[in-house]
Write a protein that binds this ligand. Structure first.
Ligand code: SAM
Length: 295
């Protein structure tokens, strides 16, 4: 099918996406057609009567079919926004969520790097958004992102390079905080002295996928969302490691899954080395960010 005008292409895409139950079909069709034609949204909407070149029409048709099959929009576009920047994402890399922006903003209110304590550790970095946002906001800081999977680490490094902050980021492949010796009761005192904060948006869904949208479980990497039978495994291992690593007064910042605030608070209490946690809701009033200082 040819599209004599941009407006016809948009209507075609919107109809297909609507039929497949995709939310926001008009805006998604607009973004995909804009990508295919090399236009931003405003340019596209200013040219509704223009014809769609054949190559762009082909690309657009392929993109609409992928989206109609419920492949995430961000994977089709190859990029995702976060705060005031954009990162590259693709299969194997968790897509940044707006909830995590609030987690980062809260972390920034607690973290002021100094020459003696320059480092923050970002556990489960994925596309690198948390590390990149912290580095951009705190030029004196240095960040150590850790991820167990190679694909996110490669992508995070490329994102940091593209955004000009890679020289202040030290990527590590490994399991939670283990690479920093945090399985031991008190790791290397030099490392402890220099780490001012631990932050993580860990996997937090039950591994059977019962709480996960099929668009996520079918397309996003399982290791990014599955965390044991109740979704608590990463928190249960990370919290005692962070207590081993952080000196008194230094913060741990965690993104929480739905309904997990009390369970995570219980883990902190059971560990016994933490002050009273603070829990903040997201824009849907769901408790989402937990901050707590090492006692
Ligand atoms: C929910 S995603 C968060 C990604 C990114 N921080 C964000 O907020 O968009 C969790 C990330 O943790 C990583 N991960 C899962 N288990 C891990 C482990 N045991 N050690 C290190 N990283 C892990 C996954 O590969 C994934 O990139």
């Amino acid at each position: 099918m040819d599209f004599p005008r941009v407006a016809d292409a948009l209507r075609w895409g919107e109809e297909i996406l609507t039929a497949e139950g995709i939310n926001g079909p008009r805006i998604q069709a607009t973004l995909l057609l804009g990508d295919a034609m090399g236009f931003n949204r405003a340019q596209l909407l200013a040219n509704l009567r223009d014809p769609v070149p054949a190559a762009a029409a082909d690309t657009y048709r392929r993109s609409i079919r992928r989206r109609a099959a419920h492949e995430p929009l961000q994977y089709i576009r190859g990029r995702a926004p976060f705060l005031d920047f954009e990162v590259e994402v693709g299969p194997g890399v968790f897509i940044p969520r707006p909830e995590t922006e609030m987690v980062v903003e809260e972390a920034l209110s607690l973290w002021q790097p100094t020459a003696q304590t320059p480092w923050a550790v970002d556990v489960g970095t994925g596309s690198g958004i948390i590390s990149i946002a912290l580095t951009r906001a705190r030029p004196a800081g240095r960040i150590c992102p850790i991820d167990r999977s190679p694909t996110p680490l490669v992508t995070a490094r490329r994102n940091a390079t593209n955004l000009g902050v890679a020289d202040r980021i030290a990527f590590i492949r490994g399991d939670l905080l283990s690479p920093l010796g945090a399985d031991q009761h008190e790791p290397d005192s030099g490392v402890r002295q220099t780490v001012g904060m631990v932050i993580s948006n860990p996997p937090y869904a039950p591994e059977d996928g019962r709480d996960v949208d099929p668009e996520v479980s079918d397309h996003e990497p399982r290791e990014a969302w599955a965390a044991g039978p109740e979704g608590m495994d990463a928190y249960a291992r990370l919290i005692p490691q962070a207590a081993n690593l952080l000196l008194p007064g230094r913060p741990l910042v965690l993104e929480l899954g739905y309904g997990q605030a009390d369970l995570v608070t219980d883990i902190l209490a059971g560990d016994g080395r933490w002050q009273e946690p603070r829990i903040l809701p997201d824009f849907n009033e769901i408790p989402r960010t937990l901050t707590v200082q090492r006692a």
